[in-house]
Design a protein. Structure first.
Length: 382
């Protein structure tokens, strides 16, 4: 594996000795369950075979030395005995520092570490390169010092680092699937209780991710507006979140709601139902029904939640036309660009790729990036 060899070699050259451990944590894609996480709902992600890899070893002192192989071997050095602050220039350092800072609050029973970090999770594609890094760094300390923390603790620690130290708002899905994913399985996650259930994927299934390469804008402001609309909907029904609103209750009173809020609420309620059903149909290998659920999810994101853009809709239509009922496709991620995800038998990947190459650029003016992935194991030694 190239990443392992690269990080090991750089570690040897930079620190003058060999690493004792190699740790990886994967990126992820969400198969279904969009904008349900902050409504205490359900999501169905899987880990993918793109990851962050860290070569590492314990130190006898209280220093942390980190090298980022993907940023010209930039180095960061900080002490566990001094308050951990943000780095003045290097954003990647803040992910490392944030994880370590909050690990110290959970358990102080560790000393310094040398590490070299590299990754191949595409950045800016919505495949959770940041969560992969956070979980990998947390797993390094957990492994080297046998910390009394479980995988969910490492995930929560990563989320805390991103929210409170780096300053980016995120739900818990990305870190949980990176920490807890299982090979050849998706994971049904209850975002309220953090209960998880592995969902087996059919054996010959490819997880195909296609980046529209549409330059996203409005994501932050529109995301906040959607959250506020969902909160307004929950408030209308006297609930703490939309998770507790029944679909029948919504249908009976839909006409009383602000029309935009009603559309947002309808998406969340129906998406939760689709996600739970998708977990069941995937487990029994019913790709035809999954295709329907993913198509309904995409239509709901387009028409009720209004977070797609023409380039995304064009790409989904091309893939859907090529696939028929042999697999499903929809936009994945926060919206306003980004990627589509498709599940399909491996034997049809080439024909779908050919259809996309033939039609997408002609219709959108953009060139896609195509990733063929497998559902992969969560964080651990590699």
């Amino acid at each position: 594996m190239i990443l392992k060899n690269t990080t090991r070699q750089i570690f040897n050259n930079a620190f003058g000795y060999a690493p004792t451990h190699m740790i990886q944590a994967p990126g992820r894609v969400n198969l279904i369950g969009e904008h349900t996480d902050y409504n205490d709902g359900f999501v169905l992600p899987c880990a993918i075979d793109y990851q962050t890899v860290i070569a590492c070893a314990r130190r006898s002192d209280r220093q942390v030395r980190a090298i980022a192989a993907d940023y010209d071997n930039q180095q960061d050095i900080f002490s566990l005995d001094e308050p951990i602050e943000r780095h003045p220039q290097q954003l990647w350092s803040d992910y490392v520092r944030g994880v370590v800072k909050y690990l110290q609050q959970r358990t102080a029973d560790f000393a310094g570490v040398d590490m070299v970090i590299s990754g191949n999770v595409p950045q800016g594609a919505g495949l959770s390169s940041s969560a992969s890094l956070e979980v990998a760094v947390g797993s390094v300390f957990r492994q080297l010092y046998q910390l009394p923390l479980n995988s969910a603790d490492i995930a929560l620690n990563g989320q805390q680092a991103e929210n409170q130290f780096v300053g980016c708002h995120c739900g818990i899905m990305d870190q949980m699937i990176s920490a807890l994913g299982e090979k050849d399985h998706a994971m049904l996650l209850d975002c309220r209780t953090l209960n998880t259930r592995p969902v087996p994927l059919p054996g010959d299934i490819a997880v195909v991710i296609i980046n529209t390469n549409f330059k996203r804008n409005l994501v932050g402001s529109e995301y906040n507006t959607r959250r506020q609309q969902c909160e307004a909907g929950a408030q209308f029904f006297g609930k703490s979140s939309l998770r507790d609103v029944e679909l029948a209750e919504f249908v009976a009173r839909e006409h009383e709601l602000d029309p935009l809020v009603a559309k947002r609420v309808r998406h969340v309620l129906t998406e939760n139902a689709r996600t739970l059903e998708a977990a069941s149909v995937l487990a029994r290998g019913d790709l035809a029904r999954l295709a329907v659920l993913m198509a309904e999810s995409h239509a709901s994101m387009r028409d009720d939640f209004e977070i797609t853009v023409p380039a995304v809709d064009v790409l989904v239509d091309i893939v859907k036309h090529s696939l028929g009922d042999r697999g499903g496709v929809r936009m994945t991620g926060g919206g306003f660009g980004g990627c589509v995800v498709a599940l399909m038998p491996r034997e049809v990947v080439a024909s779908v790729k050919a259809a996309v190459e033939q039609h997408y650029q002609a219709k959108s003016g953009l060139k896609e990036t195509f990733y063929v992935c497998s559902a992969s194991a969560g964080a651990g030694q590699c």
